[in-house]
Write a protein that binds this ligand. Structure first.
Ligand code: AMP
Length: 279
């Protein structure tokens, strides 16, 4: 049975009991509308911790666009059934007032890695992420936290935050789960029309082609320009960024130096998709 907990105080009591018996607690922070990508994190948590908490909180502070927040898919009953099937101990699903009570006045802000790409295109997004993740670490007291490589920049922001603030949690990055046609699983994919869904895998294909060309020695700019052209020709409205960057510092790279990462954000219809791969 997965127990649903909505208050930080009830969660604290639950976790204190686990810790008295020496259990290692793992947490998987999510915004719900769970898919196999999220469940792969829950399974990693299950295999690397004694107790597993999955959190579902659609965090208003990390949405720079109110429309996006309003349209964000929510289906807690379905999510709970999936978590139950995977043996998750607790679903922590606090309401906005539990996370941001009257008078809330703090903000966690990570500089550097949160500046470019998502940081530049979604002002305030990573402050929202860093703040809520810090709170979730405090509320869950977890020793291990599982994040997807799907959100590569977010993973680097969380790693930086944990190091900088001496938060006693071990951050574990998990590989991106994809549909069989290569599209990275995302809660936002349900908002794609059938026609858009057929176009969407072109994003990953263009990334793979660019990564291969760069590995084979093509000039980085030429490879990125070709990929950008392919994405637009496939039917995407815009490419917000398509960059080759140092995988950890996220500094832009003009030539290939390992470890490098190719990262993209592109808009299809009114859905913004992000993806990244190792080069
Ligand atoms: P979200 O609910 O989108 O905020 O995502 C919650 C966590 O699931 C984050 O750590 C994401 O990186 C991770 N995640 C989302 N999609 C995938 C995926 N396709 N594969 C692996 N992890 C994912």
């Amino acid at each position: 049975m997965t127990e649903v907990i909505r208050s930080a105080e009830a969660l604290r009591e639950k976790v204190a009991g686990w810790k008295r018996s020496g259990a290692l607690v793992g947490v998987v922070p999510t915004m719900g509308a769970l898919h196999d990508g999220h469940l792969s994190l829950a399974r990693a948590a299950r295999s690397q911790s004694d107790r597993v908490i999955v959190t579902i909180f659609v965090n208003p502070m990390q949405f720079n666009n109110p429309e996006d927040l309003k349209k964000y898919p929510r289906d807690e009953a379905h999510d709970l059934a999936l978590l139950e099937a995977d043996g998750v101990d607790v679903l922590f699903a606090p309401g906005p007032d539990e996370v941001y009570p009257e008078g809330f006045a703090s903000k966690v802000s990570v500089t550097g890695v949160s500046g470019p790409m998502e940081g530049a295109h979604r002002p305030g997004h990573f402050d929202g992420v860093a703040t809520v993740v810090t709170k979730l670490f405090g509320m869950t007291q977890a020793g291990r936290a599982f994040f997807g490589e799907k959100d590569w920049q977010q993973l680097q922001v969380v790693r930086r935050l944990v190091r900088d603030l001496n938060i006693p949690v071990h951050v574990i990055g998990c590989p991106t789960k994809r549909e069989t046609d290569g599209l990275a699983m995302s809660s936002r994919n349900v908002r794609l029309s059938a026609a858009e869904r057929a176009i969407a895998p072109a994003l990953h294909r263009a990334m793979q082609d660019a990564a291969r060309a760069i590995r084979d020695g093509a000039p980085v700019k030429a490879a990125l320009d070709a990929a950008q052209g392919a994405i637009i020709r496939a039917g995407f409205a815009t490419v917000e960024y398509l960059d080759l960057r140092d995988a950890e510092t996220l500094e832009p790279l003009q030539d290939l130096r390992a470890p490098a990462r190719l990262l993209v954000a592109a808009v299809l219809g009114d859905v913004r998709l992000i993806d990244n791969i190792a080069v």
